[in-house]
Design a protein. Sequence first.
Length: 124
Amino acid sequence: MTDFAASFQSLKTILDEHANRLIVKANTSASYILVTKIASPFPQHKGHSMYFGEVRLGKAYVSYHLMPLYMSPELIPEITPALKKRMQGKTCFNFKTIPDQALLEDLKNLTAACILFWDRKHWL
């Protein structure tokens, strides 16, 4: 298994822990996407589910996306300094190597905080 494939599997495991609260929209060797079970309360989504997160295997890195960071800026303080070094844009963390246990734990905690925050807003 390449580093990217191993990274993808490690990161996918974090999102997959929440699959029971969300809907798996894609589950391939290169993309794992979770969306909300309920329709979005926002008119711009036109009654569709909201995108929660994704792990994507790319050519140059593996990316981990968390849409709650974009829609709920209150969650930004939950991002650890180590994760901030991996940020690309507002919702994406890129990994060129297999994340160490500390980074995986940071990402696991951040994802759980996003789930809790959206649950309290009744967006799941």
